[in-house]
Structures are given as structure tokens and as C-alpha cells.
Design a protein around this ligand. Structure first.
Ligand SMILES: [Zn+2]
Length: 74
């Protein structure tokens, strides 16, 4: 069974649950406050694509993508 990550909309608690795929979006009770408003996080892809990752920066301080494209302001 895949491991899913949930976040409670009421208290903000994060927790993980092993669930069958077809139950991934079923009603989820928060273990912290008992609220039923917990929602599934798109953990693997979301954290990989966006949250908290540090952007690559070229030695001059510009985004690496700008340098790679020949648009480095330095
Ligand atoms: Zn909660």
C-alpha cells in the first residue's frame, strides 16, 4: 500500500497514512484534533517540484537557468 501524507485543515497537523489507492481521498480524521477536514498532500511530486527547495544560483548570483541560456546579467 502506498504511503500518503495528509495535512489537517483545522490544526495544521501533518501525518502519514498507509492506504489503498482507492481510499487515498476518503474522509480522513486528524489524529491531533479529531477533525475530519484533513486533506491529502501531493507529497512526493509536490515537494520535489516546489516547496522548500533551493533554487540553483550561478556564481554571479543570477538564476542558473539565466546563465545557461546566455542571458547572464554579469
Ligand atoms: Zn487537526
Amino acid at each position: 500500500m502506498p504511503l500518503y501524507e495528509y495535512r489537517c485543515a483545522s490544526c495544521g497537523a501533518k501525518f502519514e497514512l498507509l492506504r489503498r489507492m482507492q481510499d487515498a481521498d476518503a474522509e480522513t480524521v486528524c489524529p491531533e484534533c479529531g477533525s475530519k477536514g484533513a486533506g491529502r498532500q501531493l507529497s512526493v511530486f509536490a515537494s520535489h517540484m516546489g516547496g522548500g527547495g533551493k533554487a540553483e544560483t550561478a556564481p554571479c548570483g543570477a538564476p542558473a537557468s539565466a546563465c545557461n541560456l546566455g542571458r547572464c546579467p554579469m
